[in-house]
Ligand binder design. Sequence first.
Ligand SMILES: [Zn+2]
Length: 430
Amino acid sequence: MTAATTPASKPGQTTTLRPRARLAVAAGRLVAWGSRVVRFGTGSVIGGRVSLLIDKNLLSELTASRNVVIVSATNGKTTTTKLLSSALATSRPIVSNWLGANMTPGIVAALAAANATDTAVLEVDERWVDSVLRATQANTVVLLNLSRDQLDRTQEVRKLAEQWRVALATTPPRTLVANADDPLVAWAALVAPNIVWVGTGQEWTADAAGCPACSGRIDFTDAGWACSRCDLQRPLVDVAITDGVIAIDGKTITGELALPGRVNRVNAAFALAAASAMGADLDQAFDGLDDVREVAGRYRVAQLGNTRIRLLLAKNPAGWHEALELLEGPSTPLVIAINARIADGHDPSWLWDVAYERIGQRFVVAIGERRHDLAVRFRYGNINHIVADDLESAIELVRQSPSYDPTMPIDVASNYTAFQDHLEHVGGVL
Ligand SMILES: [Zn+2]
């Protein structure tokens, strides 16, 4: 389904391209191949960069004869891209970068390897929506949420919302699927001509206290949200999720998903709304969602020695808010890992914005480079915890705990680079 893992396997694309673009694609493939040979990763990003050096308009060329959908957000974009890919793959050939990089070079690398007319389902980094939308003239855009992430690296969320708003006004897609419960997304979306509003019941509101239109205060109530000063308010929704039931196009979807948690019902609702806007049959699209059991290692149950662990990813306060839904129920011990490398953001002060108290009485082993920061947070939250040096030691401590249940996989919840380390540790391939 995805071409990201086999960048050199499908030559069909190049036959329709101009000579310069063909050269760019060939050079990118060669560099990617060389990079793989010397075991420098998959090579897709560096290959894409080389291709773009030769032909800076390559993304436009590669998408000229495709139906393109863009998915972006702070949280959930990889999962939603994967769900939408699976939903659409039931009715048409698709190409997606969901397993690869989500900026222009990674997108170019994925597209260059696929047939020229495959529908492109593109995960796009929040900061790259403008340029990817302009280059691809995407028919459909899906915008899930905006929240703080990597405090010391990325721009303020309101700046991102502004960029999205300008991008949508400049290059309006035929259909925009947008989150009605995120004021920043809603404000950015309102300039688009045709919007499918998804009512997500989003509980995380801490990053949208100020109105993006007038800086007034946003009031959140059970019925929705509204600015206390201007007329910005929650739009009427077209797709609703109530107690896990997705209401869309006059149908109600009650079937179970393989992916756990409320947040994945929301991701599925976005995928279905986009698939429907792209002409897919809803029942067929929903069947496709069931094929998704994990996403790039997230939710994977893996064997570590003689113990099973379940890998969970949460990168920022909004992401932890959703992940805690899965962690607050059981009573078995768990492991939480926090790093603060470049890809995580060096500043871990956001740990104080996460309601780790929801873990309740569960015994937690804190690991990762910032395990001591985490331990301080847990101490103030009266969370029963201990610190360990690495994953193996943590698992051993869990196994010695009286509340350990060997019939259940041990939850290992990690932020970004800690998650990648653990996935690699259990032999996961990205
Ligand atoms: Zn306002």
